[in-house]
Structure formats: C-alpha cells, structure tokens
Ligand binder design. Structure first.
Ligand SMILES: [Zn+2]
Ligand SMILES: [Zn+2]
Length: 323
C-alpha cells in the first residue's frame, strides 16, 4: 500500500487528522512513524491453505494492497510424515526475499507452531495419541513465529526441544525472531496458552485479536478472545495486539497496523518487537490504543513492566509448568 502517513508525536497524547479522513490517537512516542498495513497470519498449500506461496504473496501485494505479509504455514506441513519438509521451509524463506522491495512491500517468513493435545500419550478424549511426549497433554494452543533473516529450519511443536512456549521462546530469541500468541481460546484448547515465564514477553511480544466466535467446519466456536486476553493482562501478562486473517483460502487482508520508521523488514521487526502495532477487524481503522485499551497511558508497552504470576485460577489445573 502506498498511503504512507507520517506521524509526529511530541506530547503524551496527540490527535492528528490524517488524509483519507482518518483520526489517529497517538501517544508518547517521540518520533516519526509511518503506518504499514499487514496480515500477520495466513496459510498456503504448503500446509492446509489454498494456492502457492507465489499466489499468496502476489495477492497480498497486488490485490489486498498490503505493505506487510507474514507467511505462516503449519509446522507439520500438509501430508505424511506430517513435518514441513525442509525444502518447503527453504522455499518460503526464498520467496519472501524475492518479493520484498524496501519502501514497497515487506514479506516475512514464518510458520505456525501448532501444539496439539494428541502429541501427548495421556490424551483425555478418544483421540489417538501421536505418542511424542509422555504424560497428560498440555494445551498450549498455537503460536505464530517469524524471522527477519533465514534460519536453518523451523522449531516445531512436535520436537521435544521446542514443545513448550518457554523452550520455543528461547530458540526463537536466539534466532532473532518474534512470536505472537495465535487465536487465544477460552476453552480447554487454550488452557496453557499463556503458560510461559514473564521474561519471555521479550520475544512472545504480541497476541492476536479476533472475533469472539469463530466458524469452523460448520460449527460456531465461542472462544471469547477479548475476555481471554483481558484475563492475561489483568494477571500481569504483557502483550501487544496484532491480527491476521488466518486465511486458508489465500485471501490476505489488512488486519494489523504497524508504526514503523520506514518500510523495511528491519524497521517492521523493530516496530513489532516494541509493540508499535494494533489490530483491526474489517477496515483500516487508524485508531491506536495501548495494551490496556486505554489511549491515555503511554503506548509501546513501556509502562507495563513484567510481573510474576500468570493466570490465576488456572494454577493447579495443569501439569504444564513453564519450561
Ligand atoms: Zn492455529
Ligand atoms: Zn493458522
């Protein structure tokens, strides 16, 4: 998208009327930023989406008119032996480099760390266990992981070395990447989704916001995203907000606004790392709030130090200690 908008903040709270009629509420960030619109979560035929990586990147750039696209296929790929082949991961990384043009379009290679109940031996339903890890299951939900530069291979939720959010965070931190909590879920599927050390918020920087009810396989699923994320924040959790279509039909769209100094991959990572981003539903609504949803406090996370704790009320319900 070419509608770059320069924002200049020099007081705690400034209202700026912008071209296109948008009103921006910006606070505290004494610098110049531009808004870049992106989709931070979506699939191609490398996992269970439609269309090639080329199709997805072209649609994002030329039809959805995005500035940023993160390609995030499942870590398990799309067929037996249910691990993304190294060649597919390499292809993703090569394609994002091919399509990235500074100042025009930034593509980023990522994947969806897809933890599943069936990976543990003592599954509580009638699921057949993949028997990857002994003991009762952890319900870590999914996390979107992405990198500014190529890495040898992704860190899969099926690998014991990366099976928990803390282990994943450690590896991704070393590789210079970032993580976002995917589709927060109030049901048992999300029971352990925020079970990570507060210090991991330096790399698990953002959380996806999405509708409270999702429709999947002819069924409505009430996942109560806002309530779930508010509980995390209320108990000391630290996060910024992003969104993605999580499209499986090859239809990316603007769901996240990123305040970056310029449209380069380095600048976009810097913005996401410092939570200069917000989520929208269905339009490019340029209204910014901070992690509490309040526009009055400082933005960018600086006023929200890490606190010990985690999710009260969930303690004792799970064997999934951080680590
Ligand atoms: Zn997912
Ligand atoms: Zn997904």
């Amino acid at each position: 998208m070419n509608s770059w908008i320069t924002l200049c903040c020099n007081t705690r709270l400034i209202l700026l009327a912008i071209a296109a009629g948008f009103l921006f509420t910006i606070c505290g960030c004494a610098s110049r930023y531009r808004i870049a619109w992106g989709d931070t979560h979506g699939h191609t035929s490398l996992s269970n989406g439609q269309g090639s990586v080329d199709d997805y990147l072209r649609r994002a750039r030329d039809e959805a008119n995005l500035d940023i696209l993160i390609v995030t296929d499942h870590d398990f790929g799309h067929e037996a032996p249910w691990r993304m082949p190294a060649a597919d991961w390499d292809l993703t990384q090569a394609k994002v480099d091919e399509y990235t043009v500074d100042g025009r379009f930034v593509a980023i290679s990522g994947y969806e760390w897809t933890s599943q109940e069936k990976y543990w031996t003592e599954v509580k339903t009638n699921l057949v266990s993949d028997r990857l890890f002994p003991g009762p299951p952890c319900f870590y939900n999914h996390k979107v992981v992405y990198f500014p530069a190529p890495v040898a291979y992704l860190f899969s939720a099926k690998d014991p070395a990366y099976k928990s959010p803390d282990l994943l965070a450690e590896a991704v931190r070393r590789a210079g990447g970032l993580i976002q909590n995917a589709h927060p879920d109030s049901t048992v599927k999300g029971l352990n989704q925020f079970d990570y050390a507060p210090s991991a918020s330096d790399v698990i920087v953002n959380t996806e916001m999405s509708p409270d009810v999702v429709y999947d396989r002819a069924t409505n699923h009430p996942i109560r995203v806002e309530q779930t994320v508010r509980a995390f924040l209320d108990h000391g959790g630290r996060t910024g907000f992003v969104a993605g279509t999580d499209t499986h039909e090859g239809k990316p769209a603007a769901r996240t606004a990123v305040l970056a100094t310029k449209l380069t991959r380095a600048a976009i990572f810097d913005a996401l790392r410092h939570r200069r981003n917000y989520a929208v539903n269905n339009n490019r609504d340029a209204r910014m709030t901070n992690q509490t949803g309040s526009p009055e406090a400082d933005c960018c996370g600086s006023k929200y130090p890490d606190q010990p704790g985690g999710l009260e009320g969930r303690e004792g319900q799970s064997p999934c200690a951080p680590g």
